[in-house]
Design a protein around this ligand. Structure first.
Ligand code: GLN
Length: 489
C-alpha cells in the first residue's frame, strides 16, 4: 500500500512531484471507481491546483515539510469544503454548496493536503452498508458482490482499493470503524472532543466524531495529530495540551493490560472470533497481560445509542424544512406545515424518516422520562462502569463487527437485527472513548476481519501504539482484488 509516510518520503526525496502523484491517483480513480463507486465527485481542477501549490511550497521550504504536504486524500460527503457540494448523499442536499470549510479539513489544507474528491456514504450517515444514498451503493474492493460497510463506506473502499492514500470519515456509531473492518483498512475514532465537528453535517451531535481512515495505524496517527485541537467554533472541543501521538508510537506493549469481555464476542462468526483470539495471542507474545473483564451494563449500549441518537437526529434535522436550505417540494401546498411535510416526505429516505419519528417519540412529553431521560441516566452509568473497568485494564479488545463484509441481499426483516450489528462499536461513541479498528486476519473467503481496541478518554496515543504493535508484528499482507496506486517498498 502507499502509506502517507512512504509517499511523504518519495516527495521529500523528489522521486515524484505532488502533481505527478495527484495525476496518478486521478487516473486510478477513473479506472477503478466505476467498479466500486467510492467517489461520488472528483475535484480534479482543485486537486491539480493544490498539488502545484504544494510543489512550489516544497521548493521554498527551508526545514522539514509537513508529512501531509502534497499528498492527496478524499473526504466523506458530509464534510464541508467551501464552494463545493456537500450532499450527504441525500436528495435533501443534492444541490447544496458549502459556504465554509470544516475546521478539520482546513487543518489538512493548511498542511498541504490535496483534495481528490468526495466519497459515498449512507444517506446522512445513517446506516451500515453505504447503500441508502442517492448515488447508489459502494462495493467492497475485496468482493464487489459485498458491501463496503457504512456509513463511511466510500472513504474506506477508496483507501482499500488504493485510490486515496487516506480519507476522513465520520463515526457516530461505528461509521468509520465498521467499513474499515469490512474493507481491510484502519479506522480511528478519536476521544470525543479532541477533533472539531465544525463543518461536519450533524447527525447525533453528542456522538459524532470526524475520524481518519488510512492503510496503516501510523497514518491514522499523522492525520489525527493534524486535525485535533480546541476550536472556538465547536464548544465541545477540549482545551488541553495536544501532544503528537506519532512520537509515542514505538510498538512496545510490555506490561500493557488488555481486557477481554466475552459478551463482546457473542453472536460473532467463528472466523471473526478465531482471528481476534489469534491477535490476543500475538499481544501475549509481545508481553501484554490479558485480563478478563465484565461490564454488566454493556448490553445497554445499543438501546442507549439508538434512543439518544434518534432524539438528537430529530432535533438536528429540524433545519431541513425547505426554507433555510436544501430541497423544497415542487408540489403545491396549503400552508407552511404542508410544505414542510411534503418537502421532507419527498426528500428523506426511509431510515432518515424512521429515526426522526423515533426521536420525536422518545422526546415527546409522555415518553421523555421513560426513554430519553432514562437513556441519559444509563449513559452516565455505562460511562462510569467503563471508567471502573479501566482501573483493571488499559484497553479492551473485541471484534469490530460480528461478521465480515455482508452481501447486499442481507436485509433483515427486522430493522432491529440490522441495528444489533453495531453492538461492539457504539460503546466508544456512547462513552466518548477513543477506539480503533484494524485488520487482524481474513475469513475462509479471504475477506478481511477487523479487531477493535478501545481505551479510556484521552488515551489516544496508547490505543494507536497498541494497534501499531499488532500491525507491525503480524505484518498481514491483505490484498483486495481491485488495486490502484501502489508504491510498495
Ligand atoms: N450504523 C450506525 C447507524 O446506523 C452508523 C452511524 C454512524 O456512525 N454514522 O447509526
Amino acid at each position: 500500500m502507499s502509506s502517507i509516510l512512504h509517499l511523504s518520503n518519495l516527495l521529500a526525496r523528489k522521486e515524484i512531484s505532488s502533481v505527478e502523484l495527484t495525476k496518478k491517483y486521478l487516473s486510478a480513480i477513473n479506472n477503478i471507481n466505476p467498479s466500486i463507486n467510492a467517489y461520488i465527485s472528483v475535484t480534479e481542477e482543485m486537486a491539480l491546483l493544490q498539488a502545484q501549490k504544494a510543489d512550489d511550497m516544497r521548493k521554498q521550504l527551508k526545514g522539514d515539510a509537513p508529512l501531509l504536504l502534497g499528498i492527496p486524500m478524499a473526504l466523506k460527503d458530509n464534510l464541508a469544503v467551501r464552494g463545493f457540494q456537500t450532499t450527504c448523499c441525500s436528495k435533501t442536499l443534492e444541490n447544496f454548496k458549502s459556504t465554509y470549510t470544516a475546521t478539520a479539513v482546513q487543518k489538512l489544507f493548511n498542511n498541504g493536503a490535496i483534495l481528490l474528491g468526495k466519497t459515498n456514504m449512507d444517506e446522512f450517515a445513517m446506516g451500515s452498508y453505504s447503500n441508502t444514498g442517492i448515488f447508489g451503493a459502494t462495493f467492497n474492493p475485496y468482493d464487489t458482490a459485498k458491501s463496503a460497510g457504512g456509513s463511511s463506506g466510500g472513504s474506506a473502499a477508496a483507501v482499500s482499493s488504493k485510490i486515496a492514500p487516506y480519507t476522513l470519515g465520520t463515526d457516530t456509531g461505528g461509521s468509520a470503524r465498521q467499513p474499515a473492518s469490512f474493507c481491510g483498512v484502519v479506522g480511528y475514532k478519536p476521544t470525543y472532543g479532541t477533533v472539531s465537528r465544525y463543518g461536519a453535517v450533524a447527525l447525533a451531535s453528542s456522538f459524532d466524531q470526524i475520524s481518519p481512515i488510512a492503510s496503516t495505524v501510523k497514518d491514522c496517527a499523522i492525520v489525527y495529530d493534524t486535525i485535533k485541537g480546541f476550536d472556538i467554533n465547536d464548544m465541545t472541543t477540549i482545551k488541553q495540551n495536544y501532544a503528537p501521538c506519532l512520537d509515542k508510537i514505538n510498538g512496545n506493549v510490555k506490561g500493557v493490560k488488555i481486557g477481554i469481555a466475552t459478551k463482546m464476542f457473542e453472536n460473532c462468526s467463528k472466523d471473526v472470533v478465531d482471528s481476534v483470539y489469534r491477535a490476543i495471542e500475538t499481544y501475549r507474545g509481545l508481553g501484554a497481560e490479558i485480563v478478563d473483564i465484565t461490564i454488566p451494563t454493556i448490553e445497554l449500549a445499543l438501546p442507549i445509542y439508538y434512543i439518544i441518537g434518534c432524539a438528537e437526529i430529530s432535533s438536528n434535522f429540524g433545519r431541513y424544512d425547505g426554507i433555510r436550505y436544501g430541497y423544497k417540494t415542487n408540489k403545491s401546498y396549503k400552508d407552511i406545515d404542508d410544505m414542510i411535510s411534503k418537502t421532507r416526505s419527498e426528500a428523506f429516505g426511509d431510515d432518515v424518516k424512521r429515526r426522526i419519528m423515533l426521536g420525536i417519540y422518545f422526546l415527546s412529553k409522555n415518553n421523555f422520562n421513560e426513554y430519553y431521560l432514562k437513556a441519559i441516566q444509563l449513559r452516565n452509568e455505562l460511562t462510569s462502569d467503563f471508567e471502573n473497568v479501566f482501573k483493571q485494564c488499559d484497553l479492551i479488545i473485541s471484534p469490530t463487527t460480528p461478521t465480515t463484509a455482508l452481501a447486499f441481499d442481507f436485509n433483515p426483516d427486522n430493522v432491529v437485527d440490522k441495528y444489533k450489528a453495531d453492538i461492539c462499536v457504539v460503546i466508544a461513541n456512547v462513552c466518548g472513548l477513543p477506539a480503533i479498528s484494524l485488520p487482524c486476519g481474513t475469513d475462509s473467503n479471504g475477506l478481511p476481519v477487523g479487531m477493535q481496541l478501545i481505551g479510556p478518554k484521552n488515551s489516544d496515543s496508547r490505543v494507536l501504539n497498541t494497534a501499531f504493535a499488532f500491525e507491525n508484528t503480524a505484518n498481514l499482507k491483505l490484498n483486495p482484488t481491485l488495486g490502484g496506486v501502489t508504491y510498495d517498498i
